[in-house]
Ligand binder design. Structure first.
Ligand code: SF4
Length: 472
């Protein structure tokens, strides 16, 4: 077992097992993991003023920062273990190398120091202590806020070491046993490299958490009421189910209706229309004389929107290859020029609606307009043109899908991204690569990705409009 397994185990027992014994061909490359690694290296490098080297030689030479070292050892009852400290930071002390020693350090992405960070440091300290022949009292959690590197000292007291030993014993048992169940808290799965593998099993077994809107708590509530899988859920009447959902108070029948319809759609593979108020009629009328599709790529950690993409649609029946796509890059986050271009586009067809998927684009436009000192009325008239297709599709259709994300819905409608396995996190990864290398190939990839996002949004628009036309 190693530090990576420990980290996975804290998140999900099954993930640790799969990392250890799973078939690697089922694992999917994770852009998020790659982004973390790049960020991690940049922050560590800044902390060490660039004096960062790899391997045992670097330790013997006493460099300030050392990465990429694997240290093997044994702990209690001769259990083999290996640590892979993210960073070893040189500090005062005595070790077998001379008048210095190393402390283990881990990188933290958000603001919260979690069990993962603490246990990783405590585990590292156990093997690193014997490796360098000097006791380790503390570890470091490294993060960055804005441009500043932040170092938090963690005292590795007896209580924490005892806790981590207990977890290591459990991990050891888990790795020797059968594959654990899929985690109940499926939110954890969204950034996991085994998600695809686990999703297939969950669908086969009719897991309730596969139903949109059903999380861990609702699934437990349904189970205590004898509803253990999607098949059973789909067989309930809305009234029957609503009576069991008193926890949702006056929303109980509304919720029950959505859950039952969603379960039925998921099993049958058939969508069902739920809007009787012609929610989409408005869309048909508004878009008839032309519209924009708008999509933004951003780096949320840096609060930087680096690409604004517009697709201009004069007529819904124009072929995709004849549509005009306009990307506006904001490479240096100097808002002036890109803001001016965005407003220019939006005001060039004042009567056109702006279609987007999710809230980001509208919020960003409000901020741009405020930044450019637009009056309240001007902001209102601009943003009243925005139509969020994500909200619209949820209000009008129950789809046979696990979620209503842009990728899931448009893939179901047959849309394919030109670049295989593209995703928002992959676009962010390309952006980070562009910033490091300056290689324009990454910008091209991001622009292609954004254009496809716009086209995917258009595909959903077409679906809504075509079905509206059928109703008329
Ligand atoms: S996808 Fe979910 S259940 Fe499967 S290993 Fe990852 S976190 Fe665990």
């Amino acid at each position: 077992m190693n530090s990576h397994h420990l980290k996975s185990f804290i998140r999900c027992k099954r993930k640790a097992w799969l990392d250890f014994k799973g078939k690697k061909s089922y694992e999917v490359w994770s852009a998020q993991k790659a982004i973390d690694k790049v960020n991690q290296f940049q922050i560590f490098s800044k902390l060490c003023n660039g004096e960062i080297y790899t391997g045992l030689k670097a330790i013997k030479k006493g460099y300030k920062g050392v990465i990429g070292l694997k240290i093997k050892g044994k702990f209690f009852q001769n259990i083999n273990a290996e640590i892979r400290p993210q960073l070893l930071l040189k500090t005062k002390g005595i070790s077998k190398w001379g008048e210095y020693q190393y402390l283990p350090a881990v990188y933290k992405l958000g603001r919260k120091t979690t069990k993962e960070h603490l246990y990783d440091l405590a585990f590292s300290s156990i093997l690193l202590g014997s490796f360098q022949e000097s006791a380790i009292e503390k570890g470091l959690v490294i993060s960055s806020f804005g441009k500043k590197v932040n170092v938090e000292e963690i005292y590795l007291n007896k209580k924490l070491r005892k806790k981590v030993l207990n977890v290591l014993f459990d991990l050891n048992d888990c790795l020797k046993g059968f594959m654990p169940e899929i985690t109940q808290d499926r939110k954890k799965c969204t950034i996991c490299s085994w998600q695809k593998f686990c999703d297939e099993e969950a669908k086969e077994n009719g897991y309730l958490t596969d139903i949109d809107g059903i999380g861990f708590k609702t699934a437990s509530l349904l189970k205590t009421n004898g509803i253990t899988n999607t098949q059973t859920l789909a067989s309930y009447s809305e009234k029957q189910l609503g009576d069991k959902l008193s926890i949702f108070r006056d929303q109980k029948y509304e919720k029950a209706s959505v859950f039952v319809k969603q379960a039925k759609a998921y099993i049958s593979g058939e969508p069902s229309c739920i809007s009787d108020k012609n929610v989409t009629k408005d869309l048909l009328e508004k878009t008839s004389s032309g519209f924009y599709v708008f999509d933004i790529e951003s780096n949320p950690d840096e609060k930087h929107n680096f690409l604004y993409g517009f697709l201009k649609i004069n007529n819904l029946f124009t072929k995709n290859e004849d549509l005009i796509y306009e990307p506006i890059l904001n490479l240096k986050n100097n808002k002036g020029e890109s803001y001016r271009q965005i407003i220019e586009i939006l005001l060039s067809h004042k009567e056109w609606p702006v279609l987007h998927y999710g809230e980001t684009e509208k919020i960003a436009t409000i901020n741009i307009a405020k930044n450019l000192n637009f009056s309240f009325e001007e902001i209102d008239s601009l943003t009243s043109r925005f139509i969020d297709l994500h909200t619209l599709i949820r209000k009008s259709w129950v789809l046979p899908l696990k979620n209503y994300g842009l990728k899931t819905v448009s893939n179901w409608l047959g849309f394919e991204w030109e670049q295989k396995n593209a995703s928002g996190s992959k676009a962010l990864y390309w952006w980070i690569q562009y910033q490091i290398t300056g290689n324009e190939i990454f910008l091209k990839k991001i622009i292609q990705y954004n254009k496809d996002d716009c086209l995917a949004t258009l595909k959903i628009t077409e679906y809504l409009i075509k079905n509206q036309l059928k109703k008329n």
